[in-house]
Ligand binder design. Structure first.
Ligand code: MSP
Length: 717
């Protein structure tokens, strides 16, 4: 590969840039910076821009009592400021109201027309104004827009059309010949299926929209969205001159999944018609939610990058977004998780490493650190090829994981070798290896946290520009100079959780059946694989179970009567399942310290205990009898399983979180990333509320001791 052209979508400036726009743009920036390190600055072109025409902007400008051009000028200013703040290193940025762009749109339109692919006709369909999308009757969801769930209206209008149907076979062939054209692969089949259902010609003009580019030769119409918006990838290069010659076609186009269709189907068809070479690869990532909910102004959960950068710095925000969400998948933003990553991984792991090594170097070697053979054990902990491979495969989160794993290894090295006790050559040789480690780490981290990488390089007295420098033993001498703290820890509670305490209730019918619940909200839990104190306790209780010293038969039976009603005679209460496991394996299973804590109490008391990660709970929580049509994805699985009618289950706004026998579903499972969760003990007619509450408290106190958690009991309605 000699050149790399990478693009973000052209965002609509009808709103200020938010978390979603920032996410795509930061990822694109990280990739552009990575390729600059491998191909050289001159050979990489990263572009972004704004899609400024159309009805949505026209109406938003009107709502703001201003003219569209003035409105987009102000918004463009905001976008550019945000990109500056986020350290976005695009080479070119274009707005579709720019004259340069309008000229290119005419050019492309004329080429498509010359291929005989444009004709005038009538369209009539359901139209969603905010989405600027037409939908067929079948595509509507409950007579509403399938994308935004808003009302749609029927429109019939004279229009120009593009013969998209003509390109059906050519598109299918394109995907066959270029299996990686649409990525991730999981989204490709959906596109193919939709094309195979038949492509309709595309309406490409609007009569009633004035804020747009007129159709050449028929100025009563403006060009509707796609020929205009998609041409931005060309106009930003000064097509057919300028950068176009060197950089076209795009090597990688990034966006979220809702506009994959336009990029994977409409753009290639338009380009085929205009006889312009096609992009190489299109990648559609998932959607970001905030604390499990779709972002919206009305919900007040619109995350603005400025606010996050204010607290966690630009690199804290960039780092979190890239590391937290497996690239391609949907992801959830939580400030709590951002804070945890910032404090633990950036401030503790990386910040401390740099500070410890530089302090030792400055204190002991004022004439600099000379070169020594590199500690093989340490250097071997960094898999540079692995990091590169992850970047090539767009697994940015895994690349970061690899690099940060090495940072941890460096810290371990300092501890294991007790460097603070060493002096002279003994110390210098370790410091040289560690400085080389930090230098390479900093180089590899440049795409992700450029500002901090720059600060590290400055303190090391080096500047790195190429991945070729990712070799141990290159620097002959280090003259380091320690400067301020790289990442200041963010302390203090953000009352995010307290505001988000879910409403918790038990349905009247279940209450009547004795299904009471005691619950608590746990915050600040530190989850580990095991804990020696807990292991000791687990062993004691396992011995009691094996020695027949625990008899919970009456309590366990209390759950069973209920199972008949749901036609699930084979079902075994959660605690009984656990006891069976202990008897079989002669010990408690090892899951993680949170699950192990409540399992212990569950086995001792015979009660069903469970926990759900707060970050993924949507809306209120209800313990209720099931209807049979609810969705439930068991722990560790991808697909939902059938729920029976009349089971009792813990349900949030979206799906079943736990069932009678299984106390964790996949959505809210407790993992090592869990920081806050709700824990509950669930009763039956053989158990009094008092017994439940005591059991819950026992679990909470154990969690406090083992995981450093704080708890507050919750009112159950
Ligand atoms: N103007 C069109 C794109 C034309 S491209 C020639 C458009 N604009 S948009 O402002 O709605 O931007 C959509 C893009 O913003 C998504 O594809 C994604 O890149 C980013 N995101 C906006 N909200 C998002 C989330 N909630 N989650 C993830 N990314 C999102 O569509």
């Amino acid at each position: 590969m000699v050149k790399f052209y990478i693009t973000t979508p052209a965002y609509y400036p009808n709103n200020v840039p938010h978390l979603g726009h920032a996410y795509t743009t930061i990822i694109t920036d990280a990739l552009a910076r990575w390729y600059r390190l491998s191909l050289g600055d001159k050979n990489v072109l990263f572009i972004s821009g704004l899609d400024e025409h159309g009805e949505k902007i026209e109406t938003t400008a009107r709502d703001h009592k201003t003219q569209p051009q003035q409105f987009v000028d102000e918004m463009a200013n905001k976008f550019e400021k945000t990109w500056q703040l986020l350290n976005i290193s695009y080479n070119n940025f274009i707005r579709t109201s720019d004259k340069r762009h309008i000229k290119v749109v005419y050019d492309v339109y004329k080429k498509i027309n010359a291929s005989g692919d444009i004709y005038k006709g009538f369209y009539e369909d359901w139209y969603c104004v905010p989405c600027e999308s037409f939908w067929t009757e079948n595509q509507l969801t409950n007579n509403r827009c399938p994308d935004c769930n808003r009302d749609v209206k029927k429109l019939k209008e004279e229009s120009y059309f593009f013969k998209l149907s003509k390109y059906q076979d050519k598109l299918l062939q394109l995907y066959k010949d270029n299996p990686n054209f649409i990525s991730p692969a999981s989204r490709k089949q959906e596109i193919i299926n939709r094309i195979e259902e038949g492509l309709r010609d595309l309406s490409i003009s609007r009569k009633h929209v004035k804020w747009g580019i007129p159709i050449p030769g028929d100025e009563e119409f403006t060009i509707y969205c796609w020929i205009d918006a998609l041409s931005f990838y060309l106009s930003v290069l000064n097509y057919p001159q300028g950068h176009f010659k060197k950089f076209w076609p795009p090597d990688l186009q990034l966006m979220a999944k809702e506009i994959l269709w336009f990029h994977a189907v409409i753009l290639p068809a338009l380009l085929m018609s205009a006889k312009i070479p096609l992009p190489k690869k299109i990648f559609a990532h998932g959607w970001l939610t905030v604390n499990g909910e779709k972002m919206s102004k009305s919900k007040g959960n619109f995350i603005l990058p400025e606010a996050m950068v204010g607290t966690y710095g630009v690199d804290g925000f960039r780092y979190y977004l890239i590391k937290e969400i497996p690239f391609g998948e949907d992801g959830d933003f939580s400030e709590e998780a951002l804070k945890a990553r910032y404090n633990n991984e950036l401030a503790n792991d990386l910040g401390n490493l740099v500070s410890r090594v530089l302090t030792l170097a400055e204190k002991n070697f004022n004439k600099g650190i000379k070169k020594y053979p590199v500690e093989k054990g340490l250097a071997g902990k960094l898999n540079i090829d692995g990091v590169s491979k992850h970047m090539d495969e767009l697994e940015l989160h895994l690349a970061l994981q690899g690099i940060m794993g090495f940072v941890k290894a460096c810290n371990r090295h300092i501890n294991n070798e007790k460097l603070w006790e060493r002096k002279g050559d003994e110390l210098e040789k370790h410091l040289y290896s560690l400085l080389e480690g930090i230098r390479i780490t900093s180089l590899l981290l440049t795409p992700f946290i450029p500002e901090s990488a720059g600060k590290i390089n400055k303190q090391l007295g080096i500047s790195s520009k190429s991945l070729k420098e990712c070799k141990f033993g290159l620097v002959k001498k280090y003259n380091v100079k320690k400067e301020g703290i790289l990442f200041k820890k963010v302390e203090g509670e953000k009352d995010v959780l307290v505001q988000n305490i879910p409403k918790l209730s038990v349905s009247p019918y279940l209450k009547k059946q004795g299904i009471n619940v005691a619950a608590a909200l746990i915050t600040d839990a530190k989850v580990a694989n095991r804990n020696s104190k807990l292991e000791g306790l687990k062993k004691d209780v396992a011995d009691k179970i094996l020695g027949g010293k625990i008899d919970n038969a009456k309590i366990l039976n209390g759950y069973k009567e209920f199972y008949d009603k749901a036609g699930m005679k084979e079902c075994v209460p959660a605690a009984e399942n656990l006891i069976k496991l202990v008897k079989k394996g002669k010990k408690f299973p090892e899951i993680n310290t949170i699950v192990d804590c409540y399992n212990l109490v569950s086995a001792e008391t015979g009660l069903s205990l469970g926990a759900n990660d707060m970050n993924f709970i949507k809306g209120g929580l209800v313990f209720r009898e099931t209807r049979g049509d609810e969705k439930f994805i068991p722990l560790g699985e991808k697909n939902p399983v059938k729920i029976n009618k009349n089971e009792y289950a813990f349900v949030d706004e979206e799906e079943v979180l736990c069932r009678m026998d299984i106390k964790q579903g996949d959505k809210t499972k407790i993992t090592k990333n869990t920081k806050s969760f709700i824990i509950y003990a669930q009763g039956n007619k053989n158990v009094g509320l008092d017994y439940l509450q005591k059991a819950l408290k026992k679990a909470c106190i154990l969690l406090e001791k083992v995981c450093g958690a704080k708890y507050q009991t919750l009112k159950v309605e």
